[in-house]
Design a protein around this ligand. Structure first.
Ligand code: HEC
Length: 157
């Protein structure tokens, strides 16, 4: 009994020390300034319904308007959150939509619909932590219909 308590105490000390040390390894985290001439809203006709879906399910990762959760301040969860946001912004940044040429915009519009229809987006690690971010069949259809019509519109000369 005594001995197992001693082991437990050391284990707790070890874990606590490890946790504290992790806090020194910080990943840079930022919301880069948004140029209003580069946003998706300034390049496409974003319907209010599509905008609402972006806002509650996509923008935290795919824009420079990330609402960082408290656990993005604490390692090791911070590493996960920050690297997901970095990867997501790299793949598609709705705040820097103007950087994409017509072809890439069309591809991204197609990908958006595909990713939500397949249930790949929003990421499954995100939805349980963000109530309301999960998309219903109706939401998916709304986003797809919008993305398809914008894709057609910008692809038509
Ligand atoms: C928790 C963060 C997160 C959320 C929320 C999120 N995504 Fe993503 N998304 C990612 C990451 C990370 C990648 C990069 C995946 C990769 O490259 O493997 C990505 C990639 C993508 C891509 C590009 C896929 C490709 O073919 O390169 C699209 C399109 C996309 N997401 C759409 C969406 C849409 C639409 C939403 C909202 C309905 C959304 N995502 C919500 C993290 C997220």
């Amino acid at each position: 009994m005594k001995r197992s308590f001693r082991v437990l105490r050391w284990l707790v000390i070890l874990l606590a020390t490890g946790f504290i040390i992790m806090q020194f390894y910080r990943m840079p985290k930022a919301n880069p300034a948004i140029d209003p001439t580069q946003t998706i809203e300034s390049h496409l006709q974003v319907s209010p319904q599509a905008e609402a879906i972006f806002d509650r399910s996509c923008n935290d990762c795919h824009s420079n308007k990330t609402r960082w959760p408290w656990y993005s301040n604490v390692a090791p969860s911070s590493w996960l959150v920050i690297s997901d946001v970095n990867d997501a912004r790299g793949a598609m940044n709705l705040s820097q939509w103007g950087a994409y040429d017509k072809d890439k915009q069309a591809r991204r519009l197609r990908d958006m619909c595909e990713q939500v229809q397949d249930g790949q987006m929003p990421l499954s690690i995100y939805t349980p932590l963000h109530p309301g971010s999960k998309l219903s069949a109706e939401d998916k259809k709304t986003l797809c219909d919008w993305a398809n019509s914008e894709r057609t519109r910008i692809s038509t000369p």
